[in-house]
Design a protein around this ligand. Structure first.
Ligand code: ADA
Length: 558
């Protein structure tokens, strides 16, 4: 299923994961065959480099109001039910669903045409320093919906004079043919909260909201990640039994920015994090739960307390695991390294805004997410670029004003967007892409940000730092690409950052080596980004031990 916990006791759900018939439409010598969903076709023999469209097809049996939820299809999906077009969606890393009203009883065929080609229609999936995989790469769930159902429930905890409060916003949707009167309530920790009633005409939706103090709460801390389930129930037209439910989870914590620090429940955070791509030689970007959990075990073993989901929203199950394990998450919307010219593509802003909307809507409740990021290393140094950042931040803050926002800049003293963020974040590669010693470079950059009025006094994070090494290449001379060289550079970088006053922390680049798109082969030996502290199979390099020693000497709280 799509989560690590039960989300409905009333609403019927059926996982559509399993075998689907795959037919690559542009590679006729590949025999159509059943393949496992979730999955991506680059992991299948003969399709390792396939860039094109493919049809995924399977049967299902259902009737009435049915919704089919896709957690992620790479990168463009056209969905057909019994041959009729039902939905279209762009962006491999955000969810979407197909609503089928009054589906007749019997067997039906669902066909998903997935497309991973590059074209001006695709502004975020471009040749890049990671692979844009093709296929249904995240879980698929079929749900039976009543005429009125709970579309989403957003939970916002806050600490007041009288203790912990929870704000609950439930979105209710009428997909029936006539009017309905609905009432909504939520249960948490043995307490029942009434959200209100609403009269909904056919096709209408409403947001019902309530806030209450909750008794007996244990706050959510990384050392003791106390999670609470919130069971929201919808009753319709005065009936006694609820017709729909939605179970979400929350953790009671507040994230605030004050005096140059990020405060977690009032305590100044120190980030010791890793950047992680969803990538694995055996699974592509469709890692099974076991592989995600293994990554998180390694991340904790190396002494890290945080993950940055570079450079897109992650599989919701990964975020569930982070919630459960008490690992801080910087989640960011999809984009990497776009120039002003690329951002001027008329599709860019709508595709980015849709992605932000879908990310926040779906991942709002994860207590582990402490900050939202957007537009990694895009044109934050130009006036046009700034306009794009500004509009995207406006939307982000509108959707969620309970978390700080930021973006990872590589524009050093040319950046024009630092007034738009709560946290200043930079990607830096001293001793790898240039020769300035890490401490010296950091001092210069930090000072520049303090002198430039728009970044002054804000928390300062290093969102990337690192060096490359080819697994198994050892040499006492420490040449470029040797494991020794990587370990030495990371040691200098991490020590300079973590020992410097005024810096909130660091996400090292990166957790593991990853495949990159073919177009990057000139700058990337093995067509991989080799800056992982493990290789792509998660075998630790020398630097793993170096990082472990450093990370373990610094506390989570400053
Ligand atoms: C950038 C970028 C990463 C990666 C890294 C590198 O800062 O954000 O995606 O490309 O550099 O390895 O050079």
């Amino acid at each position: 299923m799509n989560r690590t916990f039960i989300t409905h006791f009333i609403r019927r759900q059926l996982s559509l994961d399993g075998l689907w018939q795959l037919t690559p439409t542009l590679q006729s010598d590949w025999q159509s065959r059943p393949v496992l969903v979730p999955g991506c076709w680059e992991t299948l023999p003969g399709l390792e480099n396939y860039r094109g469209t493919s049809l995924y097809e399977r049967r299902f049996s259902a009737s009435g109001n049915v919704r089919i939820c896709f957690e992620g299809v790479g990168h463009t999906a056209s969905v057909f039910v019994d041959g009729q077009a039902a939905a279209c969606h762009y962006n491999a890393y955000t969810p979407f669903s197909v609503l089928l009203r009054h589906l007749p009883a019997g067997d039906h065929i669902i066909t998903v045409e997935a497309d991973n080609r590059y074209s001006p229609d695709s502004t975020l999936h471009i040749p890049n320093d990671y692979e844009s995989y093709g296929g249904i790469s995240r879980p698929v769930v079929l749900e039976w919906l009543p005429d009125v159902y709970l579309e989403s429930v957003h939970l916002t905890p806050s600490f007041r004079d009288d203790g912990w409060h929870l704000n609950i916003q439930a979105k209710v949707q009428n997909i029936g043919d006539g009017p309905h009167t609905v009432s909504v309530s939520s249960q948490i920790n043995g307490q029942c909260i009434f959200l209100g009633t609403a009269d909904l005409e056919a096709g209408e939706s409403a947001v019902l909201e309530a806030e209450e103090q909750i008794d007996g709460i244990e706050p959510y801390e990384p050392e003791s990640p106390a999670l609470y389930t919130v069971n929201t129930l919808l009753t319709c037209n005065g009936e006694e039994d609820p017709c729909d439910d939605l179970i979400e989870r929350t953790g009671f914590r507040e994230v605030k920015v004050k005096d140059g620090q990020i405060l977690w429940n009032g305590k100044p955070m120190r980030i010791k994090g890793v950047n992680r791509h969803e990538a694995h030689p055996q699974f592509g970007n469709a890692l099974p739960l076991e592989a995600m959990a293994y990554d998180l075990q390694l991340i904790q073993d190396v002494g890290a307390n945080a993950v940055r989901t570079s450079h897109y929203p992650n599989d919701q199950r990964f975020l569930d695991l982070c919630d459960e394990m008490g690992i801080f998450v910087w989640e960011e919307s999809h984009a990497r390294g776009l120039s002003e010219e690329q951002m001027r593509n008329p599709n860019f802003q709508p595709q980015s805004l849709d992605g932000i909307h879908e990310m926040v809507d779906a991942h709002y409740n994860h207590p582990s997410i402490f900050i939202w990021g957007i537009l990694n290393e895009c044109a934050s140094e130009t006036t046009f670029g700034r306009e794009c950042y500004e509009e995207q931040f406006r939307l982000l803050r509108l959707l969620d004003n309970s978390r700080p926002v930021s973006f990872a800049s590589c524009k050093a003293d040319k950046d024009l967007c630092l007034d738009l963020v709560d946290v200043v974040s930079y990607n830096i590669y001293p001793k790898w892409y240039h020769d300035t010693p890490a401490g010296e470079y950091l001092d210069w950059l930090y000072q520049w940000v303090q002198d430039a009025s728009w970044g002054k006094g804000k928390p300062f994070l290093i969102t990337e730092v690192g060096a490359g090494a080819i697994y198994g290449f050892r040499s006492p001379a420490k040449p470029k690409w040797s494991e020794e060289r990587q370990a030495v550079i990371l040691k200098e970088q991490l020590r300079a950052i973590l020992n410097r006053e005024g810096i909130t922390g660091v996400f090292l680049w990166q957790f593991c080596d990853i495949r990159v798109s073919e177009e990057w082969f000139r700058s990337r030996p093995r067509s991989c980004n080799n800056k992982g502290i493990t290789d792509e199979y998660r075998r630790p390099k020398l630097a793993y031990e170096t990082v472990r020693e450093i990370f373990r000497t610094f506390n989570t709280w400053q």
